[in-house]
Design a protein around this ligand. Sequence first.
Ligand code: PAF
Length: 296
Amino acid sequence: MKQISKAAELTAAVEKAKEQGLEIGLVPTMGALHEGHLSLIERAMRENDFVVVSLFVNPIQFNNKEDLAKYPRTVEADLKLIASLPQQRAKEVIAFTPSVDEMYPQGEPTEVYHFGPVEEVMEGPRRPGHFSGVAVVVRRLFDLAQPRRAYFGEKDYQQIAVIRALLDQIKYPIELVPCPIVRADDGLALSSRNMRLSPAARAMAPAINATLEQAAEMAEYEDVDDVKEWVLDTLASFHEVTPQPDGLRFEPEYFEVVDAITLQPIENWDDAGEHGAVGCIAVWLDGVRLIDIVKF
Ligand code: PAF
């Protein structure tokens, strides 16, 4: 594995790889790598000759400055983790670790992306500017790495729909590869944010996935609205049923049941298209905003 921090150096390495006819895989990350990221990187190493893993905490996708300041930065540990993986098919693996000035040499980008209905639900209205900020950095990474395939985790389910819409707009011939969520043994979806949970909150957090799994069973015989209401009520009243220390409680922000591709809310299970329905949730716990999904 080779670390590169300069955009020009990455471009040169990519041009050389292209001349040799190598297929490039890109795994965009914000660092603080966990097993979820590693599963994306390993898949990219299995499926490509040349892999670029970007580690960049993108300031323009944070609408909350405190969240940006608190975002974990663990570059040295991240590099060791990438280097420890078997490279498999990949002849070369680059960890791209640019500074903010390197990514945005003209200063804060002014371009704004709009994606219509897929961004007008769930995270979109709650995090103004977030998806446009993601699109700006992902397009820049696409331009630099020129990948044949790009790998994204399904925990950020709406982000995948937005990247699909971005690719539709910019018409780059890149295969978007959505990868399944990796969970801890107790079911909690792995996330860099989990490391900000107190031990008591970490012990409580798996109830999110447990509730979603029960919701998937209920979907066999209950209406969409009843399942939605049950999920929100179950989490909001969790601390009453199972008393928690330190006044810990779940504060659900939303739980939506949407078509898996259009991300538009559905009212009946039959309204979902051929890819089915997905339930997407955002919950506050211990000052940390956790998201997760369940496929119906
Ligand atoms: O999912 C993430 O970690 C980020 O949104 C991404 C895709 C790396 C862009 O900064």
